[in-house]
Design a protein around this ligand. Structure first.
Ligand code: NI
Length: 171
């Protein structure tokens, strides 16, 4: 099934999500498949469970946007264990549609996580994949890319979103 993506303003997006405790269940495999489906349907390269209203530490990433099966990444209960360097680049979020801003991130990260089968996985990434890992891991901690912007920029975007919500254009 394709889930509705929760928009900025919903408290689930600013809540720390809970660890996933049971692995390799039909429900978890289905959820992962549906999260990829939902992400592709919305033309995203990453999606975290809180964005479908589920406060659990699960995220899916595919920087090829469905073009290359080998680039599919599933991270459950992820921990970034190493960070190196710096990069600045434009970022958006399916939960904050229509807004894109430059965000400063680490260039290279190593993340430890589990996959849906419950196996430990470790991944070292640079560039866009590294950025996606940081953005999605942030989601699981209730942190949005807006939190990385200057107060001034964040306020400006918040004000614009409030206006859209008032006009019924932020559902
Ligand atoms: Ni996002």
């Amino acid at each position: 099934m394709i889930y509705r993506v929760v928009k900025y303003g919903d408290p689930v997006l600013e809540t720390r999500a809970a660890d996933i405790m049971s692995f390799d269940t039909p429900e978890l495999h289905q959820l992962v498949a549906d999260m990829f489906g939902t992400m592709y349907a919305h033309k995203g390269v990453g999606l975290a469970a809180p964005q479908i209203g589920l406060s659990q530490r699960l995220t899916v990433i595919d920087c090829s946007a469905g073009q290359d099966e080998t680039q599919k990444v599933v991270l459950i209960n992820p921990e970034i264990v190493h960070r190196e360097g710096q990069q600045v680049g434009e970022e958006g979020c399916l939960s904050i549609p229509g807004f894109r801003e430059d965000v400063k991130r680490t260039m290279k990260v190593t993340v430890r996580a589990r996959n849906a089968a419950g196996e430990s996985v470790e991944l070292t990434a640079e560039g866009l994949l590294s950025r996606a890992i940081q953005h999605e891991t942030d989601h699981l901690n209730g942190v949005l890319f807006l939190n990385h912007l200057s107060l001034l920029k964040r306020d400006l975007i918040r004000r614009k979103i409030r206006k859209l919500a008032k006009a019924g254009e932020w559902e």
